[in-house]
Ligand binder design. Structure first.
Ligand code: TRP
Ligand code: SF4
Length: 334
């Protein structure tokens, strides 16, 4: 039988190159061979606080437009908004009844997030008790998202592995206490290419070093032209090493074998300058984004269709969720 996949993304607005190569390309591939549910985790967005209603609403739409423009296909994948399927909240509540707090308190991903957001100062236990109930329960809600569709696989990054581990523990405990209803989901970790931001650090909107998929070609060109390179090439005549060059990660992804060969040699012998080298890569990136931009323009001009995708996806997701909840309520007795 075809395995089921569930994955979600908090509404963060317009997506960047890191999201494209880290997540989206993978999702687009997976929809060919799995039963896929991809959703906007808008309830999860509330766990991190101070986000306005307008931001959530706009970010949701912009993000789904990006998904559709890179090739997520509503005919192949169920694309929906978490809060449109209230059953997720109900299942979260039921799971919360069988989740020991220590499982949550030791979760490193939640603690790191809470630290980054300034909710806590350190990892000691007294500090951790200051975390909001909702944020502490983040992995429990995530478990409801996954198990609702009885997913065997969850395509996520390594930072999410502790969450999936909690999902497995909750599934196991529920099955033992009641009846074998849920599979124990496994993370689906795919080799993801490293895409640093233009300053060489991890690409992130909050660092201001991201290349947004939908930004104007001239801006993409300008950003990539000043992207960090091997620091050894401070002067044009200094030779460099592509393996130590942040920009070269993009060459690896976008350039032909001949181009890679040409620029690698030119870098090591200082026969070419960094800007010439980057131009070879930038041309491909712009070409690729141009195709994306065309599709995006279509969806921007048909926003009612985007909303229809979510409405229809919501119906499909809900139909599956209702089935699961019938079983769950039956064994729990509510
Ligand atoms: N925690 C995920 C993230 O921050 C988002 C998410 C919510 C998710 N529910 C999920 C991912 C269920 C996979 C499956 O990126
Ligand atoms: Fe990087 Fe190319 Fe410059 Fe070498 S020549 S440091 S690979 S940008």
């Amino acid at each position: 039988m075809t395995e089921t996949i569930v994955s979600g993304f908090r509404p963060t607005g317009k997506l960047h190159l890191g999201h494209l190569h880290g997540t989206l390309t993978n999702w687009v591939r997976l929809q060919e061979s799995y039963r896929c549910f991809f959703f906007v985790a808008d309830w999860h967005a509330l766990t991190t606080g101070n986000v306005t209603a307008a931001t959530i609403r706009e970010s949701t739409e912009e993000m789904v437009i990006d998904w559709l423009s890179v090739g997520l296909d509503p005919a192949k994948s169920v694309i929906f908004r978490q809060s449109d399927v209230k059953e997720h909240a109900e299942l979260h509540l039921i799971f919360s009844m069988i989740t020991p707090t220590p499982w949550l308190i030791r979760n490193p991903t939640v603690k790191e997030q809470a630290r980054e957001l300034g909710f806590i100062q350190s990892d000691d236990e007294a500090e951790v008790t200051k975390i909001n109930y909702g944020l502490l329960g983040y992995p429990v809600l995530q478990t409801a998202d996954i198990l609702m569709y009885k997913a065997q696989r969850v395509p996520v990054g390594v930072d999410q592995v502790p969450h999936i581990e909690i999902s497995r523990e909750i599934a196991r405990r529920f099955n033992n206490m009641y009846r074998e209803i849920f599979p124990e989901p496994q993370p689906l970790l795919t080799e993801i290419p490293k895409i640093p931001g233009i300053d060489g650090r991890k690409m992130s909107k909050s660092y201001g070093n991201a290349v947004i998929l939908s930004e104007p070609p001239a801006d993409v060109d300008a950003k990539l032209s000043r992207m960090a390179t091997d620091p050894r090439r401070a002067r044009r005549r200094d030779p460099g090493e592509p393996a130590d060059c942040p920009a070269f990660n993009l060459h690896r992804l976008y350039c032909t074998a001949e181009e890679i060969e040409f620029v690698s040699k030119g870098c090591r012998t200082a026969d070419i300058g960094c800007l010439d080298c980057k131009k070879v890569m930038i041309r491909h990136v712009l070409e690729d984004l141009e195709k994306f931009r065309e599709k995006r323009l279509y969806w921007e001009q048909h926003r009612d269709e985007v909303r229809d995708v979510l409405v229809e996806g919501g119906h499909k997701a809900r139909a599956a969720a209702v089935e699961t909840m019938i079983e769950v309520r039956d064994v729990v007795g509510v």
